[in-house]
Design a protein around this ligand. Structure first.
Ligand SMILES: CC(C)(COP(=O)(O)OP(=O)(O)OC[C@H]1O[C@@H](n2cnc3c(N)ncnc32)[C@H](O)[C@@H]1OP(=O)(O)O)[C@@H](O)C(=O)NCCC(=O)NCCS
Length: 177
């Protein structure tokens, strides 16, 4: 699909498109649409949601998302999740809660551009940097971190988050200048 690509903070009207996209990216497996809607409505008040939109003639489709957590409000959860107790997290940094591109549109730089948009947005909001926590085998996502100037902070073994699938995670960070 051709069309114009643009990025902006998500609005409630994006929730139906977001729900479809997140399911296509492998989130909320086994959950019904209504459950995902309700979950997203709740999360909208807790986290920052950014979207990538493709507009073609009069139709707009959500083709990318980026969820960001504010460490100021969700520090305990993020610290527990990252297991990086020996490296205290900077509370002025944001914490990436997940990025996704519609499988139909992958490899078109949308993930990379979404991340650069997020960085500009977060700087404007006064954040001093950002942490990202990724499954070590997620090559596409790791490539995005490298391309956008993120540096590896640490690696850790995670058996808590998904006990059925213990794995190594890598934490990246970037200080905004
Ligand atoms: C990770 C993800 C967001 C990347 O989105 P994207 O829009 O394809 O990203 P980009 O086009 O900017 O590509 C980034 C890198 O991914 C790799 N990549 C993208 N498409 C690819 C493809 N079809 N085949 C192989 N590698 C690919 C490339 O290395 C690329 O960098 P390069 O072009 O400089 O080599 C997407 O794959 C996705 O939604 N995955 C599922 C959810 C997920 O794992 N999220 C991350 C953890 S929360």
């Amino acid at each position: 699909m051709f069309g114009m690509l643009h990025f902006r903070p998500a609005k409630s009207k994006d929730i139906p498109g977001l729900a479809i996209l997140m399911a296509a990216c492998g989130l909320y497996k086994g959950k019904k649409n209504d459950w995902i809607y309700d979950r997203l409505e709740t999360l909208f008040s807790e986290k920052i949601f950014l979207v990538a939109l493709k507009t073609y003639f009069f139709k707009t489709r959500v083709v990318g998302y980026y969820v960001i957590t504010t460490l100021k409000t969700n520090l305990d959860k993020a610290e527990q999740y990252m297991h990086a107790e020996d490296k205290p997290l900077n509370k002025d940094y944001a914490y990436s809660g997940g990025i996704g591109t519609d499988p139909e549109f992958r490899g078109q730089n949308i993930g990379t551009r979404m991340k650069l948009f997020a960085e500009r947005y977060l700087r404007q909001k006064g954040f001093k940097g950002m942490y990202v926590d990724i499954f070590v085998n997620n090559e596409s996502s790791i490539r995005i971190q490298e391309k956008t100037g993120f540096k590896e902070l640490c690696r850790y073994f995670d058996a808590k988050h998904r006990p059925e699938h213990p794995h190594i995670n890598v934490v990246f960070m970037k200080k905004f200048n």
